[in-house]
Design a protein around this ligand. Structure first.
Ligand SMILES: Cc1cc2nc3c(=O)[nH]c(=O)nc-3n(C[C@H](O)[C@H](O)[C@H](O)COP(=O)(O)O)c2cc1C
Length: 405
């Protein structure tokens, strides 16, 4: 058993002082637990879903993108119209849209939502998926393109007069001034874990994103991207986004029963062909994020307080897959462990998508926010992390291994 670190009143130096929550917007009720053969949007479900995120107190929602999915700009615009506060994050692959055009679309979204637009740049993790849209650049060149793209997005939003550009990937004359965002430039996030992703993210991104990893590994990755940022002379470091798929129930024991039942269903879904994600990823994944998730899953099922990797193993780590398992208190404490390591944007999305979004909003977000408020008011850590030790106790470990072959 991993022994519990000290969870005393001392707030670690690496801790983020604020936390915001992200979720991913689902367009229809199909899930990995219960796949419904549809590629379509269920407008009533989508409306209920994004309003549940808004009511649940989430700050952002990601509109994902793939060659065969709904268009993330259009779904983001819908989120903007269906909500008043939550910020839509457009997943955008540079190969799909010229930078000046993307800048214009994002600024339009930003004005329509009075400053809520965010963009998440996806350089592309699979050559086969990129080829579906005619993009044949190898991955390291795709990141070089992303780097040029970021510069052009920002210039398109801020240049007061027409400008021309003659770069490695883009060339144009006399563009601008472009359509401007609502007030400040739109935050740019980077997804990807390869060396090139770190380079571009460290040099240029406002936000750098990860899938859930063991605490020490994530901390090392945060230091890596921050070191690149400092080396590039930045005084504002990229914010850190980390994504989990929590499995919660009233108690740790009940959460584990649920987790074991879930993983069997998820494995069955992925074993059958045709589930959406298999379109993206078959065989060994080319993207480093998935490779890392699979290597953590190879080494152990459970890490730290509540991180479970079986869900990554059975899905070939196609997309965010690592879970946090436990009662709301245990999962909130586990999230705070990541906050203590420097994560300030926490994305949580369940396997039972809508129900989980509602439950996290009711039971998890308030606990994390309460702890952050306590820290802010007193300068000391509260007791949640000391009282809900999860995997640092024998009982939890017993629940985790019960029901396993
Ligand atoms: C939080 C997060 C969200 C992501 N969303 C998407 C997405 O919507 N569509 C997609 O194709 N890839 C998405 N990715 C995957 C990676 O960005 C992609 O694999 C990357 O371009 C290349 O991976 P690599 O640098 O890890 O090798 C996401 C990654 C992260 C961390």
């Amino acid at each position: 058993m991993t022994s519990a670190p000290a969870f005393d009143q001392h707030i670690p130096e690496t801790a983020a002082r604020t936390v915001e929550f992200i979720s991913l917007s689902h367009l229809n009720p199909s899930t990995e637990l219960n796949p419904i053969p549809t590629r379509g949007i269920d407008p009533a479900y989508f409306t209920t879903y994004v309003r549940a995120l808004e009511d649940g107190g989430y700050d952002y929602t990601l509109l994902p993108y793939g060659s065969g999915t709904a268009d993330s700009f259009v779904t983001a615009a819908a989120v903007g119209q269906l909500t008043e506060r939550i910020k839509p994050i457009v997943a955008l692959r540079p190969n799909t849209t010229l930078p000046q055009v993307a800048a214009q679309k994002l600024a339009t979204l930003d004005q329509l939502t009075e400053g809520r637009a965010v963009v998440h740049l996806i350089s592309g993790g699979s050559d086969a998926e990129q080829a579906r849209h005619g993009d044949y650049l190898p991955k390291e060149r795709r990141y070089a393109r992303t780097s040029e793209y970021i510069d052009l997005l920002r210039r398109s939003w801020t240049e007061p007069a027409p400008f021309s550009h003659d770069g490695e990937f883009y060339k144009f004359d006399g563009f601008g001034p472009g359509f401007a965002p609502y007030d400040t430039p739109i935050p740019i996030s980077i997804g990807g874990q390869s060396d090139e992703a770190f380079q571009v993210g460290g040099e240029k991104a406002d936000v750098f994103s990860f899938w859930g990893e063991p605490l020490d590994d994530l901390r090392a990755e945060i230091e890596r991207v921050h070191a690149i940022a400092r080396g590039a002379g930045r005084t504002t470091l990229p914010r850190i986004w980390v994504t989990f798929r929590p499995i919660i129930a009233e108690t740790d024991e009940l959460a584990w029963r649920k987790a074991h039942a879930y993983v069997d269903k998820i494995a069955a879904t992925f074993a059958k062909s045709g589930f959406g994600k298999q379109i993206f990823q078959q065989g060994s994944p080319q993207n480093v994020g998935s490779q890392r998730a699979l290597s953590f899953a190879d080494r152990a099922d459970l890490y730290d307080r509540a991180l479970w990797t079986r869900t990554a193993a059975v899905t070939n780590a196609a997309g965010a897959s690592t879970a946090l398992v436990g009662s709301p208190e245990t999962v909130a404490a586990a999230i705070l462990d990541y906050v203590d390591r420097g994560a300030d944007l926490v994305s949580i999305r369940g396997y039972d998508t809508l129900n989980d979004a509602v439950d996290y909003g009711k039971y998890v977000l308030p606990l994390v926010r309460q702890e952050i408020a306590h820290r802010e008011a007193t300068g000391r850590r509260g007791t949640l992390q000391a009282e809900h030790l999860g995997n640092y106790t024998e009982d939890y470990r017993r629940y985790a291994t019960a029901g396993q072959a």
